[in-house]
Structures are given as C-alpha cells and as structure tokens.
Design a binder for this molecule. Structure first.
Ligand code: ATP
Ligand code: MG
Length: 254
C-alpha cells in the first residue's frame, strides 16, 4: 500500500466566533465526498467543539496520546482517533479542559508526521490566539486559513495580522470571508474590506449559506455539507466550499 503524505491546513482567525469550526467541518464534509481520508485535529484546547458538534463518543483524546508518547505506550494513531464516517476521523482535544495545560507543542510534529502517513488531509481547528501551540502548528501546515467576518474589530485585527505576514515575507495563508455567520452585519463591501485589511479576500462563504436552524444540525451531529437538503438549497455556497477544498489540494507548500 502506498504511504500517504497528508496535506495539513490550520483554520484560524483573529477574533473568536468567526466560523472556524463550522468551516473545518464543512471542508471535511466536502473532502469526504471526494473520498479523501480526513483527520480533523481539534487544537482548540480550551474551547473544543469538534467532538461535541459531531456527537462523538470517545475515550482517547490528544492528552492521552501525548501521555502515551511520553511514557512509550503509544502504538498506532488509529487507536487515538474517533471515527465519524468512512472518511472522517477526529482527534479530540482534551476532554478534561484541565489537561489542556499539559499539551506540549513539542509533540505536535511527531503526531502530525504519524497522522500524515494515514490521511490525505489533516484539518486543524484552532482558536484565535497567537499562542505557542498555534504557532508551532502553523509552522507545520501547508497553508493557514483565516476566517474573517464583516466586523470592524475583526477586520482591523486582520490588517495587523496581514502586516505581520508581509513583514515576515510569508504568504502561506488564505483569507476566507464568512458572510454567512452574521447576515445582519454587511456594512462593509468587499472593496472596503480589501482596503481595510490591505490584502485580498481569497474566498467567500456567501450569506446564502446562513442557516437559521443551524443548532438543529449541531444537535444532530450533522455536517452541513453532507446534508442533502443543505446541498440542494445552497448550491452556490457548496460550490464555493468545493472551490476552496479543490484549491487547497492543488496548492504547493511555499
Ligand atoms: N452558516 C452559518 N449559519 C448560521 N450560523 C452559523 C453559520 N456558521 C456559523 N454559525 C454560528 O456562528 C457561531 C460561531 O461559529 P463557529 O463555532 O464555527 O465559530 P468559531 O470561529 O469556531 O468559534 P470559536 O472562536 O468559539 O471557536 C456558532 O454559533 C455557529 O452555529
Ligand atoms: Mg471553534
């Protein structure tokens, strides 16, 4: 069997609640329809939402994995992930949030290199902190995806982040404007947004993707992009998400 070498992407932001986790789940859904093996790695250590969103029952989590690595009990990555469907597995963040403090970034490299032999795509769901764990994770990603919204603080923070990337001469990131999260908020046009952040918006999740009863899908542990009703009523948005997914696969690491 050929050894896989996964592409690794982090989904992050410069403000909380912009739609990162939803985007991770939706992209995982699109990849799974393309029969790609996906690992969703929940690195939002203090506010994990992936396993809860997917109604996953699990015993092992990232803390157990790292504890076993430290104590030479680790065997196979398969024993630490939880299956969502035939194509999507999840590596949950520590179930007990107190264990989040014990996640040492030095183990990320070994976990990602082991996982990359088993999956086509690894999606890291992160929080918006420029913490050491996130920075170490970003370093190992093929690309970092910033999910922003039409919110002035979010846009001003993104401007600062863009300046940091420009200063570091690093363009290993893409910007996704999520218009679907808060449809009341559409004060800035795409043109304004580009002027504020001093960068391009690479992709848009259109406001047509706003799902009024999203909580029902979350309660049912569903991924929106795998739901037939959502797929047929939100064709343009699904196309945009497919475009993001297809481009991610194509792009080369800088
Ligand atoms: N397409 C959508 N339609 C309706 N509501 C949405 C949509 N996308 C996201 N939301 C809602 O917006 C909120 C934030 O979304 P999400 O949890 O994905 O953001 P996040 O960036 O991961 O947040 P956090 O920073 O807390 O991790 C959630 O309550 C979610 O249900
Ligand atoms: Mg989240």
């Amino acid at each position: 069997m050929a050894i896989k070498k996964a592409k690794i992407f982090a989904v992050t932001s410069v403000k909380g609640g912009t739609g990162k986790t939803t985007t991770v789940l939706n992209l995982a859904g699109i990849f799974s329809l393309q029969k790609k093996k996906v690992l969703i790695f929940d690195l939002d250590l203090y506010g994990s939402a992936v396993a809860a969103s997917l109604n996953l029952k699990y015993k092992n989590d990232l803390f157990k994995l790292i504890d076993d690595l430290q104590n030479t009990r680790f065997d196979y990555i398969e024993n630490y992930v939880t299956k969502y469907n035939d194509f999507i597995d999840v590596l949950p963040a520590p179930k007990d949030p107190r264990n989040a403090n014990h996640i040492n970034s030095k183990f990320l490299h070994i976990i990602l290199s082991k996982a990359s032999m088993k999956y086509d795509i690894i999606l890291l769901d992160t929080n918006y902190f420029l913490s050491e764990i996130n920075l170490v994770a970003f370093d190992q990603c093929d690309e970092i995806l910033y999910v922003i919204t039409n919110d002035p603080i979010d846009l001003k923070n993104m401007k600062s982040m863009v300046a940091i990337y420009k200063n570091m001469k690093n363009n290993n990131y893409k910007i996704i404007l999520n218009e679907a999260k808060d449809i009341q908020r559409n004060y800035f046009s795409k043109y304004d947004i580009k002027n504020i952040i001093k960068d391009n918006v690479d992709y848009t999740i259109p406001n047509n993707f706003y799902i009024k009863n999203i909580d029902k899908y979350v309660l049912d542990g569903e991924i929106l992009t795998l739901n037939p009703k959502v797929r047929s009523s939100r064709k343009k948005s699904i196309k945009n998400l497919e475009l993001i997914a297809n481009n991610l696969i194509k792009e080369k690491k800088n």
